[in-house]
Design a binder for this molecule. Sequence first.
Ligand code: NAD
Length: 259
Amino acid sequence: MLSTSVTGRATAPDLAGRRALVTGGASGIGRACARRLADAGARVVIVDVHDEAARAVADEIGGVAVAADLSDMAVVDGLDCDVDIVVNNAGFQHVAPLGDFPPETFAKIMRVMVEAPFRLVRRAMPGMSERGWGRVVNVSSVHGLRASPYKAAYVTAKHALEGLSKVIALEGAASGITSNCVNPAYVRTPLVEDQIAHQAAAHDLPPEEVVGQVMLARAAIKQLIEPEDVAEMVAYLCTPQAAMITGASFTIDGGWTAY
Ligand code: NAD
C-alpha cells in the first residue's frame, strides 16, 4: 500500500486494494474526489441521489454507483459501509434569513450533512479497525470555521461536522483510522453556480460582479477554487505520510480565514 520514493518522500497515494465510499460523488467536489481516488487505485463507490449522473461517473472511473437519498436514514442505514475510506461530501445550500428559514429545510440539511456522515462512519469503523487502517475525510467548508448571514443550517451543519470529525479522530486513533476536515471557500461547482445566479438577481448585478464583489470579498486571492484542488488535499490525507494527521481541518480558502 505504501507509495514512497527511494528518499522516503511521498509520490502519489497508492490506494490499490482500498475501497472508498464518496457521498455526493456525482457532481462537483465529490466527482473530483471519486476520480482522484480511482486514479490512485481505489475501488470507488459513489453514493448520490442523482442516479444517472452517479452512474456516468462510476462508468468513467470503473467504480460503482449507488442511488440513495442521504436525507432518509433508513436508506443510509441500508448502505454497504464495508470500506477503507469514507469521504463525507454530499451537501446542499439554502439561503434565507433566520425568520424565513424553513425548519424542514434546516432539518434536512442536518440529516444529509451531519447525521448521514455519523451513521456511515459508525458502521464503517468496525471494518477499518479490524484491518488497522481507515481514512475519514469530511468535506467541511470555510463555513465550518466562520459564519455568514442567511446560511443558518449550512453553517450549523458544517460546525457540527467539524466536531464529529474530531471525535472520530479520537476514537479511531488506536486502530489506524484518521479523520480530518477539508475547508474550502467558494469552489467552481453547480452548488456555487446556483448561488451566483441567486445573488445576481438579489443584488441586481451581473454574475461576474457577484463573484468578485460578493463571494470573493473576504478572500485575499480573488479566484474561485477548482474541485480538483480540493480532491488533491483529500487524496493527500490518504497517503502513508498523513498517518499522523488527524482531528485537523485544512483550509483551502485563498486567505479568507487569515483575516
Ligand atoms: P454539488 O451540488 O456540485 O454536489 C453535491 C452533490 O451532493 C450532488 O451530486 C448532489 O446530488 C449530492 N446530494 C445532495 N443532496 C443529497 C442527498 N440528499 N442524498 C444524496 N446525495 C445528495 O456541490 P459541491 O459544491 O461539489 O459540494 C460538495 C460538498 O462540498 C458539500 O458538502 C458542500 O457543502 C461542500 N463545499 C462546497 C463549496 C463550494 O463552494 N462549492 C465550498 C465549501 C464546501
